[in-house]
Design a protein around this ligand. Structure first.
Ligand code: AMP
Ligand code: MG
Length: 413
């Protein structure tokens, strides 16, 4: 098979080679309510101050602070109430000197007043209000522009549209937003041994889990998954599904890229004039992993074993899809954790070990999920992180500090 001579590259090199070939897709304008989970295609600069005018932060009384000079429980100061402003009222005329103006939260500050005294610190009776404390200018006033000032770059290209971002865009009076369009990602499974869930299956066949775990991963990245079916182990079948897949922005296959005699994906890729960037990575699981470009389409040939498929997706396809959807943050967070059990390992490959972290007295502790066979998909459900042991590591002992990569904590919608 063709794999024999392919150079092994490091996972970090592989990720760099992929990201060198990806960029946000052309952008489209969408309604704000369609935008959760998308990424901004451009910086957002505010055309206005927010709040747009000085307003009261409390229900209470607006007045000139100097009027309360000397106010104390033993010497209250009583003023006549000359008017009222509720939220939504326009600014009324000048507040007459020596009076207080009843004001509600959000109402514009009336002219002639420089402070607000909260209602709970006052006593009102017969059209007058009594104060028992002094007040400082500016107390309980929300200043125009204190949240956002005109000309400020409020949001950056690549920011995810989170709930807070949606609120900010709305407060800037935006009804639409520009975002990169979503990539369409074709998924093809390969192998005579695979049957889709619900389809008739021979007793020696297994169910296609990869297309489904990938579907979920693609969806989570904010891309559009398109499952095209199973390519049986023949050149013709593999060709036929690739002819359909080439319409998409990205093609992902699972299986058919290892050293077996019935692994046709690399041959079909060559036939289609693709340029293969790499084929094998110094990692475990997931050593066979093809990345190629076919014209403008990105191709990922992931290994067939269900865990290998998911780990390879997380390391290589996820950052690529996030780059296409326009995210500025492409890598998963990594933190240090105290290993709770020994892990054996041979030198020569980076190991990604399914782990479960907990936070013990403010620091991370991590254990493995047990057996690390690359067919044990259950362990991907049990794991909340991958323990990364570097290429030259000979293994690790309980108590060692290891790097863990946190996955599955970044829901998009
Ligand atoms: P391959 O890389 O084609 O040699 O596949 C390696 C192994 O992965 C196969 O023996 C299957 O057990 C498993 N496998 C391949 N494709 C799938 C799939 N779509 N769903 C579940 N397991 C798969
Ligand atoms: Mg196969």
């Amino acid at each position: 098979m063709r794999k024999n001579g392919a150079p092994l590259i490091m996972p970090s090199e592989a990720a760099d080679l992929i990201l060198d070939r990806t960029a946000p897709l052309p952008s489209e304008t969408i309604a704000l309510l369609e935008a959760p989970g998308r990424f901004l295609a451009e910086d957002i600069v505010s055309a206005t101050d927010i709040p747009p005018f000085d307003n009261s932060a409390m229900d209470g009384y607006a007045l000139q602070s100097s009027l309360l000079h000397g106010a104390a429980p033993s010497s209250p100061i009583t003023l006549p109430i000359s008017g009222e402003a509720k939220a939504g009222d326009g600014p009324d005329g000048e507040v007459p000197a020596g009076t207080a103006w009843r004001i509600m939260t959000g109402a514009p500050m009336p002219r002639g007043c420089d402070t607000v005294v909260p209602v709970e610190d006052t006593m009102e009776s017969g059209g007058n209000v009594s104060f028992i404390t002094e007040a400082k200018p500016g107390d309980h006033i929300r200043r125009a522009g204190e949240d956002i000032s005109r000309g400020m770059t409020v949001l950056r290209r690549g920011d995810r549209v989170t709930p807070a971002v949606l609120g900010l865009l709305a407060s800037l009076n935006m009804t639409e937003v520009r975002v990169p369009r979503k990539p369409v990602v074709a998924v093809i499974s390969t192998g005579d041994e695979i049957a889709d869930p619900g389809a008739p299956a021979r007793p020696w066949q297994i169910r296609n889990s990869n297309a489904f775990s990938l579907y979920g991963e693609i969806f989570r990245c904010g891309a559009v998954p398109r499952y095209l079916g199973i390519a049986r182990d023949t050149m013709e079948e593999t060709r036929r599904l690739f002819a359909e897949a080439i319409q998409c922005d990205v093609i992902i296959t699972t299986g058919g890229v290892s050293m077996g005699s019935y692994d046709f994906v690399p041959d079909v890729l060559r036939e289609m004039g693709s340029s293969i960037v790499f084929e094998t990575i110094r990692m475990k699981p997931g050593k066979p992993c093809v990345f190629a470009t076919i014209g403008k389409t990105l191709f990922f040939g992931l290994p067939g074993n269900p865990v290998s498929t998911m780990v390879s997706f997380i390391q290589f396809v996820r950052p690529a899809l996030l780059s296409l959807v326009g995210a500025s943050r492409l890598r998963l967070p990594e933190v240090k954790a105290v290993l709770q059990e020994p892990i054996t390992k041979k030198k020569g490959r980076v190991h990604y070990i399914r782990g479960r972290f907990t936070v013990e007295e403010g620091s991370f502790a991590v254990s493995t999920t047990g057996s690390q066979g690359s067919g044990i998909l259950r362990s991907m459900h049990e794991a909340n992180c991958l323990i990364i042991l570097p290429v030259e590591s000979p293994g690790a002992e309980a108590g060692d500090i290891v790097t863990i990569q946190l996955f599955g904590h970044e829901e998009i919608r």
